[in-house]
Design a protein. Structure first.
Length: 295
C-alpha cells in the first residue's frame, strides 16, 4: 500500500513506519523534522495548516515516482500520529489547538482527496485516569472501549474531540476511520532500562493502568487496521497482553483497586487495558512482552 504517515519521526511513529516498511508498504512521512530511515521520504509540514495538509495528500512519495510520467499516484491510506504528545510540553491551549486542528485538517484533506482509509492515534488518556488531578480509579476492570471517557486535561480533551471529529467525517463520507486508544508506548530498549524500576515500585504505573504497548506491536496493530475494511468508524484499545509490573492481577486489585467492580475473569497476568475488541475485529495478536527480556 502507498501510505501517508503523519508524525513518523516521533517515539511511536518511527517504529510503526519501520514495521510498515518491513511489510512492503511505501511510506511518506509528514512531520516537522525528518525521519532518517532508509526507504522513507519526508515532507516537512505543519498539520495545523490546512493548505499544507491538502498539498501533502497529493504529494509524490519520492523522486522515483516521476519516472512513469503518469502524474501523482493516490495514497491508499493515511495514518495520523502527529500531535503534541502529552501535557506539560506546550501551554495547555496550544496542546489542544495543535491536536484538534491538526486532526481536523488531516482527516478533512484525506477524505476530500478520495482516500478511503484513515487511522488516527487516540489515547489511553481519554478514560481520565492518566492525567487526573489526584487519583482516579476506573469505573470497572478491565477497561474496555465502552468505559466512559472523562478527560479533564487539555491532551485527553483533544483526543476525545478528535474521536468525535472522526466519527462525524465518517458519517458524512462513508470511509473507514479507525481510532487507536494507544496505551503507554514502550520501545524495546526500555525493558532493560526502565522495567526493573517498575518491579521495585509498581505504583508508578498506576496512571497507565499498569499496562503498556510495545512499539513493534503497535506497528502490527496499524497493519491489521490497514488490511481490515468495511468497519466504518471504530475505536480500539491498543495494549500488550500482560501487566507492566511483576504483581499479579489479584495483588494489583487488592493494593490499588479495592471496591472497583471486576467484569468477568481476569487472568493472573492479564492486562487491565482490554484489547479483546482489536483481537476479535482485526486479528491483532501482540507478540512481545517485557518478560521475554527480564524473565
Amino acid at each position: 500500500m502507498r501510505i501517508l504517515f503523519t508524525g513518523g519521526s516521533g517515539k511511536a511513529g518511527r517504529h510503526v513506519v519501520a514495521y510498515l516498511l518491513e511489510q512492503g508498504h511505501r511510506v511518506l512521512n509528514v512531520d516537522r523534522v525528518p525521519l532518517d530511515l532508509a526507504g522513507v521520504d519526508n515532507r516537512i509540514a505543519d498539520i495545523t495548516d490546512a493548505g499544507q495538509m491538502y498539498d501533502v495528500m497529493h504529494s509524490l512519495a519520492g523522486l522515483d515516482e516521476l519516472e512513469p510520467g503518469t502524474g501523482v499516484p493516490s495514497f491508499d491510506a493515511v495514518v495520523h500520529f502527529a500531535a503534541v504528545p502529552r501535557i506539560l510540553i506546550t501551554s495547555d491551549n496550544e496542546c489542544y489547538r495543535v491536536n484538534t486542528m491538526g486532526t481536523y485538517n488531516v482527516i478533512d484533506a484525506a477524505v476530500k482527496s478520495g482516500i478511503r482509509k484513515v487511522i488516527f492515534a487516540s489515547s489511553e488518556t481519554t478514560y481520565g485516569v492518566c492525567f487526573a488531578d489526584g487519583e482516579r480509579k476506573p469505573e470497572y476492570l478491565p477497561i474496555d472501549e465502552d468505559h466512559p471517557t472523562t478527560p479533564e486535561d487539555s491532551y485527553a480533551l483533544s483526543k476525545v474531540c478528535n474521536e468525535v471529529t472522526a466519527r462525524g467525517f465518517q458519517a458524512r463520507f462513508g470511509v473507514d476511520i479507525y481510532g487507536l486508544r494507544i496505551n503507554n508506548v514502550i520501545e524495546p530498549h526500555e525493558y532493560a532500562q526502565d522495567f526493573p524500576g517498575y518491579m521495585a515500585d509498581p505504583g508508578v504505573r498506576r496512571r497507565n493502568i499498569f499496562a503498556y504497548i510495545d512499539a513493534r506491536d503497535l506497528g502490527q496493530m496499524v497493519e491489521c487496521c490497514l488490511h481490515t475494511d468495511g468497519l466504518g468508524y471504530e475505536v480500539f484499545n491498543v495494549s500488550n497482553d500482560d501487566h507492566s509490573v511483576g504483581l499479579s492481577s489479584a495483588e494489583l486489585i487488592e493494593r490499588y483497586y479495592q471496591g472497583v467492580p471486576v467484569k468477568g475473569e481476569i487472568g493472573a497476568a492479564e492486562t487491565f487495558y482490554a484489547n479483546a475488541k482489536a483481537k476479535r475485529m482485526l486479528g491483532y495478536q501482540p507478540a512481545h512482552s517485557w518478560r521475554d527480556v527480564l524473565g
